[in-house]
Design a binder for this molecule. Structure first.
Ligand SMILES: *Cc1c(COP(=O)(O)O)cnc(C)c1O
Length: 432
């Protein structure tokens, strides 16, 4: 009998995250204060983010970071997630490749984002914060943060891009169900929002406007911290739970991946699944190919430039050394809202520069074709973001079919698409 799902018991869930910063061939270039161009310290960042997250952000000394017991306790309500061998997908493609996926869609929030929302809210609570705030585009991060805030007894205020609030009404209902206050951005509740609306009363909002409002709220409200769902190094640190589990599960399957693939917005689910495997490349000279799949409409890895750039459209954040399309780049309104970010996280940018991974960019139509093949074989409707990883996996599996190579491919299924059915409807109606 062929084993399909590889499961870990609660006791086998990793108890530490892996900090790849310790093993990088060259240290990261620092984040800079845009006015002084001085490197930022923990104290500088701790005005905005929970202090422990800032410590982790700049930590290049501790390879393993203990997961707090309170966070592990919450992880245990949905982890470990299954590793699945996609036999039916392999058969449909007629490929000799062995395809495995790590299923991060099987928690009630529906994506990997909860893995970092929980520790960020825990650390905020531990240091006496009462309120957290953030921005969200499509709403996956906002939903995860709203739930995590309610778990740790914090009040959450989420600025959601006004246009996506109208396009995806259920996500704001999800956030409000968890007790969050959701405001469409730009709004009249902040100075930044008022300025934007005064200049352009019809502004439909962007991640840039929402970040500006959330940061302003955090810095002007006592006991309020700002949280971010991707891009920063501490976020991908928290996500390494994915790859650390997958490593144990691949060992149960008796295989090691030749390729690790994930979709790419700011890099957190990619880093989460890839970094634990990459440590064997960096330390033990193993050969593994790492592929980050981004949309053709927002190709910072394949067409961006490595330079210092702002994290937001308005230019309020520190300067980050990263592959970027420019902080004022406006991607077209593709359905994979979580991949419409102009820059790449600092660690991933460095790895790309050093040739330890590469990006592929994929047209939207191909991602929906891949999603349908996956849905019809494996029975899971993937998030439009995750479909980019599936499309890249299918490309590689079809190459194996031509060459006859029996490669082992592992991809991360970052989330399900059950709240994105309008996007599927448009594709099925021939409107994409
Ligand atoms: C947010 C999101 C992404 C993209 O973010 P990363 O930080 O690059 O992982 C991918 N998939 C899903 C389902 C998301 O919600």
């Amino acid at each position: 009998m062929k084993q399909k799902r590889f499961l870990l018991s609660e006791a086998e869930i990793p108890q530490q995250w892996y900090n790849i910063q310790v093993d990088l061939p060259h240290p990261l270039q620092p984040m800079l204060n845009p006015q002084t161009r001085e490197p930022l310290s923990v104290d500088d960042l701790a005005h905005i983010f929970p202090r422990e997250c800032c410590v982790q952000e700049l930590d290049h000394e501790h390879r393993w970071i203990d997961i707090p017991e309170e966070v592990l306790d919450k992880y245990r309500s949905y982890r470990a997630t299954p590793l699945v061998r996609a036999y039916d997908l392999e058969a449909a493609l007629g490929t000799p490749a062995h395809i495995y996926f790590k299923n991060e869609s099987v928690n009630p929030l529906g994506s990997h984002k909860i893995n970092s929302a929980l520790p960020q809210c825990f650390y905020a609570k531990q240091e006496g914060t009462t309120n957290v705030t953030t921005e969200t585009g499509a709403g996956q991060w906002g939903a995860a943060l709203s739930y995590a805030a309610s778990v740790f007894g914090l009040s959450a205020a989420v600025y959601q891009v006004k246009i996506s609030m109208q396009q995806k009404p259920y996500r704001s209902s999800i956030m409000r169900t968890f007790g969050a206050a959701v405001t469409g951005s730009p709004s009249m509740s902040t100075r930044a929002g008022k300025d934007i609306i005064t200049r352009d009363p019809m502004h439909s909002g962007s991640l840039g406007t929402a970040i500006s409002e959330a940061v302003e709220l955090a810095t002007t409200t006592p006991n309020c911290k700002y949280t971010l769902g991707s891009v920063l190094s501490h976020v991908s640190l928290h996500q390494t739970i994915i790859g650390l589990e997958a490593e144990k599960q691949m060992a149960m399957a008796g295989e090691e991946p030749d390729m690790v693939i994930a979709c790419f917005g700011g890099g957190s689910n990619f880093g989460g699944v890839a970094f634990p495997f990459m440590r064997h490349v960096l330390k033990d000279g193993k050969k593994i190919e790492f592929i980050a799949a981004e949309p053709e409409a927002c190709p910072k890895l394949t067409k961006g430039r490595f330079e210092y750039d702002f994290g937001d459209e308005a230019g309020y954040t520190p300067l980050l050394p990263m592959f970027t399309l420019g902080h004022q780049f406006k991607p077209s309104n593709i359905h994979a809202g979580g991949l419409r970010y102009h820059g790449a996280g600092m660690i991933v940018s460095q790895l790309l520069k050093e040739g330890l991974m590469h990006g592929v960019d994929i047209p939207q139509r191909e991602t929906f074709e891949a999603a349908l093949i996956f849905a019809r074989t494996e029975g899971i409707i993937p998030a439009p973001e995750s479909s980019h990883a599936i499309a890249a996996t299918i490309r590689e599996a079809l190459k194996c079919k031509e060459t006859g190579e029996e490669k082992v491919i592992l991809f991360n299924l970052s989330g399900h698409g059950l709240i994105d059915m309008t996007a599927y409807e448009q594709y099925l109606n021939g409107d994409i």
